[in-house]
Design a protein around this ligand. Structure first.
Ligand SMILES: C[S@@+](CC[C@H](N)C(=O)[O-])C[C@H]1O[C@@H](n2cnc3c(N)ncnc32)[C@H](O)[C@@H]1O
Length: 374
């Protein structure tokens, strides 16, 4: 039975009931080709490295071009995942753009945060590689699709490399990173024994690894998933706690479907929350002259949206530029996020409330440069 769709605001799911905030579904968009860059505009920023992976992609983290599926998902979860609300339903889903091609994103680039005023200084963020139109699709949010209610997810299992890619890949994977290759933890939440097939099932897709090579996964949802590789190290056997992830979003809350991009994912996992981020148009120390201006300095320019993947016929999550405001005039009607500007969303108040609570419990003070992430 198809779950009833609800208005979902994709928010950060982690830590609590304050699950991802998902933008209000909108009527299906007219597909338009991406706007061409006029000759007067500077060239797009470089988004990929020499291996074809996103620039600044963490070497130890598996890069996904399709979602992975947890073996903990049930037929009911899959039914919900593959059920599209009717176009005339209260909340139909937009579709991914017709020209969407799986793989590295050319619209945005992962960059280290070097501005000390930025609350995520020392981490990374996602930045527009070219001017992005209001409402434009930016990038999918890829990760492990898992039951949102579960706490423990077990180890991560990636498929054996294809013959020919040889040991090299397998060995590198095994050696380099505790997170990317593992085995289902012996005890999943202390309840279940491990199975070699358990972990994260791919769905007949390709995972790009940190060496830029691709490995294929079996086809079939939740069946015949990735194979175990080398024997995992101790840390790879550690149970994984979804609840502690900072990269976990609700995909479909009523149907208990979530996406976690902590252990693997794509560029979208680097999208920061807008709170406390200084507007680079203004110099350091600039004090907003009015409440209106202050608000301008503190608003998101993008959103997480649940959309329909017409090729895979399933719900998915993506980052979109926010539509132009009703009062937008001139350039603001054409450019939602300027080239070089950080793509920022709202994680939702709940995310920061929970964060504050956790910090308080730890006896730490949250310094956010903002009057409150709530
Ligand atoms: C989904 S990750 C975003 C990417 C992250 N900056 C990184 O480099 O991996 C969420 C984490 O980024 C940090 N973050 C994002 N937005 C922030 C903000 N406005 N203020 C402080 N920290 C932020 C927090 O540590 C949060 O747990």
């Amino acid at each position: 039975m198809a779950p009833k769709e609800t208005k979902q605001k994709p928010t950060k799911k982690s830590h609590s009931n304050n699950k991802p905030k998902i933008s209000k579904p909108q009527k299906p968009q007219q597909r338009k080709p991406p706007s061409t860059t006029s000759s007067s505009q500077p060239p797009p920023l470089q988004t990929a490295d020499a291996n074809g992976l996103p620039l600044n992609w963490p070497p130890s983290l598996p890069y996904l071009i399709h979602p992975l599926f947890s073996p903990l998902l049930t037929p009911l979860h899959y039914s919900a995942l593959h059920t599209r609300p009717a176009p005339d339903s209260v909340e139909p889903l937009d579709e991914l753009p017709a020209d969407y091609v799986p793989g590295p994103c050319q619209k945005a680039v992962i960059l280290p945060i070097t501005d000390k005023r930025h609350p995520a200084f020392g981490q990374a963020g996602l930045f527009a590689a070219r001017d992005l139109r209001p409402g434009e699709f930016v990038v999918r949010y890829l990760g492990e699709v898992h039951p949102g209610g579960v706490e423990w997810g077990g180890g991560l299992v990636f498929p054996e490399p294809e013959k020919g890619d040889g040991e090299e890949d397998g060995e590198e994977d095994g050696e380099e990173d505790g997170e990317e290759v593992g085995e289902e933890v012996g005890e999943e939440d202390g309840k279940e024994g491990a199975d070699e097939q358990d972990g994260i099932d791919g769905e007949g897709e390709v995972v790009k690894q940190d060496d830029g090579k691709e490995v294929k996964q079996d086809d079939g949802q939740g069946q015949g998933g990735p194979q175990q590789q080398d024997a995992p190290r101790a840390e790879e056997m550690m149970p994984y706690n979804y609840k502690k992830s900072d990269y976990d979003l609700w995909l479909d809350h009523p149907s208990d479907l979530a996406i976690d991009a902590c252990r693997c994912g794509n560029e979208a996992r680097f999208v920061n929350d807008y709170r406390g981020i200084p507007n680079p148009v203004y110099p350091p120390g600039y004090v907003p002259q009015s409440k209106k201006e202050e608000l301008f300095l503190k608003r998101p320019n993008a959103e997480f949206k649940v959309v329909w993947d017409p090729v895979r016929k399933e719900k998915t999550m993506a980052v979109y530029v926010l539509p132009a405001g009703k009062k937008a005039v001139g350039r603001a009607r054409e450019v939602g996020i300027e080239r070089g500007r950080e793509v920022v969303v709202s994680y939702g108040k709940g995310f920061w409330e929970k964060r504050r609570e956790e910090e308080r419990l730890k006896g730490e003070v949250v310094e956010d440069g903002d009057e409150g992430y709530a």
